[in-house]
Design a protein around this ligand. Structure first.
Ligand code: AMP
Ligand code: ZN
Length: 123
């Protein structure tokens, strides 16, 4: 399967891995949007959050707990952090293997801005 994140899991392409266990791995984002920007991904290939099967509810909960652990290890549990799953085009998803962004280290804006480049033609 031609999936960038499966290749990172299989160590076919390098990444700065900061956490791994039998269910998930986490690594630094190659294009960080904050002083800390990590991605937590399941070892299992799931394309988007639309395809999370009932059997993987605990897996996704584990991803959130790992994100919190990483934030705490880096000293950002009290100042705060942002966890995000982007889904499909309007969500800004570019890699189709689910990943939980973990961003911290500066005050993060909310709500997300409207991105003209992601606008889809209306059928
Ligand atoms: P998304 O746009 O939500 O699908 O997020 C994909 C993220 O993967 C982006 O923040 C990219 O910077 C990041 N990314 C893409 N390629 C790599 C890579 N080889 N290693 C680490 N992060 C990557
Ligand atoms: Zn994959």
């Amino acid at each position: 399967m031609d999936c960038l994140f499966c290749k990172i899991i299989n160590k076919e392409i390098p990444a700065e891995i900061i956490y791994e266990d039998d269910q998930v791995i986490a690594f630094n984002d190659i294009n960080p949007q904050a002083p800390m920007h990590a991605l937590v991904i399941p070892r299992k290939h799931i394309p988007t959050t639309n395809e999370i099967p009932d059997e993987d509810t605990a897996l996704v909960g584990h991803m959130v707990q790992v994100a919190a652990k990483i934030a705490k290890q880096n000293g950002y549990d009290e100042s705060g952090y942002r966890t995000v799953f982007n889904c499909n085009t309007h969500g800004g998803q570019t890699v189709y293997h689910i990943h939980l962004h973990v961003l911290a280290g500066k005050p993060l804006g909310w709500p997300p801005y409207f991105d003209e480049s992601l606008k889809q033609p209306v059928a």
